[in-house]
Design a protein around this ligand. Structure first.
Ligand code: TLP
Length: 351
């Protein structure tokens, strides 16, 4: 549970991964009908995979342990060792997935700069794709991210995804989308997730972030891609048995928890607007699109993340004076106001 620090309620803005399962999820988990999923005999997992494929508008889906595993499957199923893949310079796949694409997929990772909206410039992608040449590896995969974590929760529109995927397809590349927070993008744009992922070949999305399920992610694509991914998942040790226990929470996540993401987005805007009023903080409230706020704290505060942590408000450091806040279901509008008060107090005392 959230707990207290120095008698104050802990307000945890480190990530939306900290969200706890709802009572409805726990009930669904308790009651879940289960079987051995390696034999495809877990009815709850089968139901979750059918639901995921339907909401993503893809032929098939595979339940995995994490976003990291789903993204790795995106590489393993869409490439061969020795291929080159194009990834944004700020991509989660590049920064935070332990280099799995290279280590386990044997691919070369080539980066193209992400703009602050999480996009890759079509001209940059175009010139990074290798032509046929005896000296070159084959460029076979383009990876996108929506919403974009390091770009402050930025949303890629369906039009942009279509344009950049069209370019990749024309040059013979497949496209994988890290859609860990694709429902945040859908809610922010007021469209169905299906529309945002239609142009890509494979997509991963997470159940255990803003949607509050305790575990899990889905890898979606054609039947053939999902079958290949299933085999890779087994090799990686991700063939789970009576995992319907956790899939049950995932079904509740998809069916019941999407619309409320709008509250997290409103809280992120509220937080950014409040922070902009505190002297010395650098933040752009007008750029907040979903539930992530990147900001910089004033030098004089010293080690902001540690000091505000001692006052019960938790953030993740992005290095230097850069910090990330992620709003989530465990943090209410009142908690945001309280967090801002505590920050204000800290800054005043640092004078
Ligand atoms: N991101 C986590 C940490 O790894 C930083 C977070 O707190 O934001 N894609 C994106 C865009 C992600 O943000 C994450 C998790 C993943 C993939 C990986 O998901 P998991 O943690 O389930 O492996």
């Amino acid at each position: 549970m959230s707990g207290k620090v120095a008698g104050m309620k802990v307000i945890d803005l480190r990530s939306d991964t900290i969200t706890l399962p709802t009572d409805e999820m726990r009930r669904a988990m308790y009651e879940a009908e289960v079987g051995d999923d390696v034999h495809r005999e877990d009815p709850t997992i089968n139901r979750l995979e059918e639901l995921a494929a339907r909401v993503m508008g893809k032929e098939s889906a595979l339940f995995t342990t994490s976003g990291t595993m789903s993204n790795l499957l995106g590489v393993l199923t869409n490439t061969r060792p020795g291929d080159e893949i194009i990834v944004g310079s700020e991509a989660h796949m590049l920064w935070y997935e332990v280099g799995g694409a290279s280590t386990l997929g044997g691919v070369i990772i080539r980066t193209v700069p992400n703009d602050e909206g999480g996009r890759l410039a079509p001209a940059d992608v175009e010139k990074t794709i290798r032509p046929e040449n005896i000296h070159f590896p084959r460029t076979t995969l383009l990876c996108l991210e929506n919403t974009h974590n390091r770009c402050g929760g930025a949303v890629l529109t369906g039009e942009y995804t279509e344009e950049i995927s069209g370019l990749a397809h024309k040059r013979g590349l497949l496209v994988h989308l890290d859609g860990a927070r694709i429902f945040n993008a859908a809610v922010a744009l007021g469209v169905r997730a299906e529309e945002l992922v239609a142009p890509v070949d494979t997509v991963s999305f997470c159940l255990s972030k803003g949607l509050s399920a305790p575990v899990g992610s889905l890898f979606c694509g054609t039947v053939e891609a999902a079958e290949r991914a299933r085999k890779w998942r087994k090799m990686l040790g991700g063939g789970m048995r009576q995992a319907g226990i956790i899939a049950a929470a995932g079904i509740v996540a998809i069916e019941k928890m999407v619309d409320r993401l709008a509250e997290d987005h409103a809280n992120a805007k509220r937080f950014a607007a409040g922070l902009a009023q505190i002297p010395g903080f650098s933040v752009s409230p007008e750029k907040v699109q979903t539930n992530i706020v990147n900001f910089e704290f004033p030098q004089k505060v010293g080690d902001f993340v540690v000091k505000i942590g001692e006052r019960g408000v938790k953030f993740l450091s992005r290095g230097g004076r850069s910090v990330r806040a992620v709003t989530n279901r465990m943090v209410s509008a009142e908690d945001i106001e309280e967090a801002l008060k505590r920050i204000n107090r800290l800054v005043k005392e640092a004078r």
